[in-house]
Design a binder for this molecule. Sequence first.
Ligand code: AMP
Length: 419
Amino acid sequence: MTTFQDYTLPPALKTTLSAMGFVTPTPVQEKTIPLALEGRDVLATAMTGSGKTGAFGIPIISKMLSGARGSALILTPTRELATQVGEVFSKLLGTHSPIKTALLIGGDSMEKQLQQLRLRPRILVGTPGRVNDHLQRGALMLHDANTLVLDEMDRMLDMGFEDQIMAILRYLPAMRQTMLFSATLPPQILKISEKYLKTPARVEIGTINKAADAIDQQVIYVAEDQKFSTLVNEASVRTGTMIIFVRTKHGADKLAQRLRKSRHEAEAIHGDLEQWQRERVLQAFRDKKFRILVATDIAARGLDISHIEHVVNYDLPMQPEDYIHRIGRTARAGADGEAISLLTPADQEKWQEIQKLVNPTNAKERAPRTITRERSQPAQLPRTEPAPRVSAPAPSASTAGSTPALPQDLSSILKPIEL
Ligand code: AMP
């Protein structure tokens, strides 16, 4: 098995990689790093959790440490992801590196960012809105930004960042290396890729992470007015940290409040919170100061918190693809995890769309396992027997009536949306 020590990388980078516990490259790293080191443009389908930050971070730093000039701009859809990416770069660089980084995200102190920019950082990580702000103020120059990473491009487009990204591209030199990472490749991204990437090498990594097959997916059918009591029940019969996804910011606040009233430690995170508040909530969750995080999709994308054991879809996501992103918040770094979706009759259509994405040819056959609760069954009753893992299906007698397991390699989930 190839390890990072077998790669031709600067010794300082090998040292920080082993300090980070990165021994062998993940599949997306294995494919992307050599291409990126050659200077190729890359169009990669990979999701958070696949190790994609290292896939672009390692070659960028390797080249800089080997004497390459210029700077790198990494654009991400959310502040949280930008912060995480910035942290990975800082770790890869090590504590005393002369290569400086800047984190250019909205909701954060402008003065702090201007100070970082005065130090002539060569690694610029940011969200499109704030990067544009700095460009327009003349505080940021990108004429030497010869590497561009568009991270989670599908999400950036969903969030309406296309114009902002196009505006930023005008400041970048034409002679540059561009790496585009996206979980999905809709026609809009292919068009952008044709226009802005130079004969890119394609990298296709479908799995959310190595542990994707360890996500035990369950569906609970429930009437609208039973949703909350069912949730409380599910939270009560489990230990371990939990992230609950809801549709709206207001819904997130309200649900966290109701959970607290039911004596569950819960906090909400969503796009209406100030940046410092979001960071504080996330840090407290990371430190296990409370057990349940209620989140909207926008706030939770890209979260990499290794101890999340349970993901609950209290509301189904608006975009079917977000189902895959959401469940990828658990089973991080080789751990097991569980994803529970509460489905009301009104969710039928949306659930079918998700199933189509999971497996368009025979959704039933490969749909997530279903646990059906009779309406008459008391909601407070804990499950008597743990659900069988998807990766190790129980004997057929005990699974009768349930739909078969999810495909173990989630790459097949992504295939339908590759064009
Ligand atoms: P990412 O997809 O970049 O958010 O990475 C997902 C998780 O995998 C993070 O916790 C990383 O620290 C971890 N990770 C990334 N690459 C490696 C590697 N080569 N070995 C071990 N862990 C890794």
